[in-house]
Ligand binder design. Structure first.
Ligand SMILES: N[C@@H](CCC(=O)N[C@@H](CS)C(=O)NCC(=O)O)C(=O)O
Length: 247
């Protein structure tokens, strides 16, 4: 793709004129996954980037300038202007894997061992395909839907609790005998992009009244994992005020 096609007159200047890595985002769980990883890369390597905040309620993400960068019209989008022509990526997991390959040269947040790397991909794919879409529907049907449809709320809530249970199986070592601190990696596991992809969603269970403390008692290891990652300064910055609209 030539850069001529990538940007148009309507493209905001801060996107068009950005140097280096540029993230177009909003402070939602999907946005936060890439935000947290960039913040981790800053702490580990001094990686730098600029940010454009989009308010998805205005549907800016459906405009022509945006669709040129991401035909799917959803945040987050990452553009790497260090490539020539600039390289855009869509879909959180693909963006994170791009950053991992290009900017985490020491595999601090990924794995050099092939089998561990695949295990990490398994958990990323699991959350991308089997977690985020369902938890997102719970949020939609409890907060945004014009009418309250109890069947839809129950269906997506129950499926989200089921996938929380899958994470709990992995972290508790129920079938392996190996309790884990992180989702992927040998032994107790290593903090990796699998956790970074998943955490911004799961930690938000308490922002939706559909989930109760009682529900979450079934997932003691998952609750400890939420707190463990929350202690990381990069995780806090990645979900923090720097990404808030109207700050
Ligand atoms: N599978 C996508 C999902 C992205 C997504 O759903 N983004 C939401 C915000 S969390 C969005 O942009 N919604 C606005 C819209 O659909 O127009 C990813 O992982 O990047």
């Amino acid at each position: 793709m030539s850069s001529h096609n990538l940007y148009t007159d309507e493209t905001p200047d801060e996107v068009k004129n950005a140097k280096g890595l540029h993230l177009i985002t909003m402070n939602t769980p999907n946005g936060q996954a890439v935000q947290v990883f960039l913040e981790e890369l800053k702490d580990a390597y001094g990686v730098d980037w600029t940010t454009t905040l989009v308010d998805i309620r205005t549907n800016d993400q459906k405009k022509d300038w945006f669709l040129r960068l991401d035909p799917n019209g959803r945040i987050p989008v990452l553009v790497d202007n260090n490539q020539s022509p600039p390289f855009p990526s869509m879909e959180t997991s693909a963006e994170i894997l791009y950053l991992l390959k290009q900017y985490d040269k020491k595999d601090m947040f990924g794995f050099s061992d092939d089998l561990e790397r695949n295990e990490c991909l398994q958990w990323m794919f699991f959350w991308h395909g089997s977690g985020a879409p369902y938890q997102g529907q719970v949020n939609h049907f409890t907060r945004a839907a014009p009418e309250k449809i109890q069947y839809a709320i129950d269906r997506f809530k129950n499926e989200t609790l089921r996938v929380f249970g899958v994470l709990e199986i992995q972290l508790s070592g129920k079938y392996t005998g190996q309790e884990k601190e992180y989702l992927a990696g040998k032994g107790k596991g290593m903090y990796s992009v699998a956790d970074i992809k998943t955490w911004p969603w799961v930690k938000g269970w308490n922002t939706n009244p559909a989930f109760t403390e009682e529900d979450m008692k079934a997932f003691p290891n998952l609750m400890k994992w939420i707190d463990r990652i929350a202690e990381r300064p990069a995780a806090q910055r990645g979900i923090g005020d720097a990404y808030a609209l109207n700050k």
